[in-house]
Design a protein. Structure first.
Length: 285
């Protein structure tokens, strides 16, 4: 009952604006107090950042719009398509290559997603379109973020701060033009303290999610960040089967879910084993 108050909020774009505002406020105050450091604004910043702001807002809007269209298990499955898209974009944009064992584990994830989605008895075309767009934006966001968080350039805090700064005004315009802002203003629970607390907490957690994603990409790769994000959906998928109330069981769907999870765990095992091996001569060069 209490959690459903935030879930009933009809304005996903407005919620995204709140998360951007929280990001700007937290990082600006932290910079003033010398807690974090990133370059001051100059005319080279937009050139260094492009096209990340456009991808950033697309990722926000498609992600917030897709969650209400699908059951939690199917949402978790379709988000797995981000993984092969990230792999492909890393090869194209960053020129990075992976061993065959990693590629096989990635395609095991996508095979499971195909099996599970193909047997989805609660098919929702609009939901599928939104979540697949979100997959594309998420993959592009991860790869371009990895490319642009060089400490000699903007750094991880600069990428987060200027992304939010550049896109908060266009997102407000989009919110007005689509009627999303008007829906938010007339939402009946603005006087409810519990809703205000949940809304503020959502904005804060949105910032923490973006920061942790950038931090993971900084120390690892965009593909590893994507797979880690997919693996945490294990709990979402299985809990959604038990208590979500909107999961329709079928044998193929259940098999597909488990293939997805097995592929993700295999990828994690290979990645962790590879990172724990000592460097060979010439690796540092």
């Amino acid at each position: 009952k209490y959690l459903s108050i935030l879930f009933s909020f009809p304005s996903p774009v407005f919620l995204g604006i709140g998360q951007m505002a929280a990001t700007i406020l937290i990082l600006y105050v932290s910079k003033l107090n010398n807690i974090v450091h990133f370059p001051d604004f100059d005319k080279s910043i937009p050139v260094k950042l492009f096209p990340l702001p456009l991808i950033y807002v697309g990722n926000h809007i498609s992600g917030l719009s897709s969650t209400s269209k699908l059951s939690l298990p199917m949402f978790a499955v379709l988000r797995k398509f981000t993984i092969p898209l990230t792999l492909l974009l890393e090869i194209i944009i960053l020129g990075k290559w992976y061993p065959l064992s990693i590629i096989v584990s990635v395609f095991a994830i996508i095979l499971g997603a195909f099996i599970a989605a193909g047997s989805d008895l609660s098919f929702n075309l609009e939901g599928y379109i939104f979540v697949l767009l979100n997959d594309i934006f998420t993959a592009a966001n991860g790869v371009y973020t990895k490319q642009k968080i060089d400490p000699k350039e903007l750094g991880k805090y600069g990428v987060l701060f200027y992304n939010a700064c550049f896109m908060v005004v266009p997102t407000v315009i989009i919110s007005f033009s689509t009627g999303d802002f008007q829906q938010a203003i007339h939402f009946q629970h603005w006087t409810n303290f519990l809703f205000l607390f949940q809304f503020a907490l959502s904005c804060l957690l949105g910032f923490l999610l973006m920061y942790s994603t950038v931090l993971c990409s900084h120390y690892n790769s965009a593909l590893t960040t994507t797979v880690v994000g997919a693996i945490k959906n294990i709990s979402i998928a299985y809990i959604g089967m038990l208590i979500g109330g909107d999961y329709i069981f079928s044998v193929l769907n259940f098999i597909g879910l488990n293939i997805c999870m097995a592929g993700g765990l295999r990828y994690s095992f290979l990645t962790l084993r590879g990172s724990s091996q000592p460097a060979r001569p010439g690796d540092e060069e």
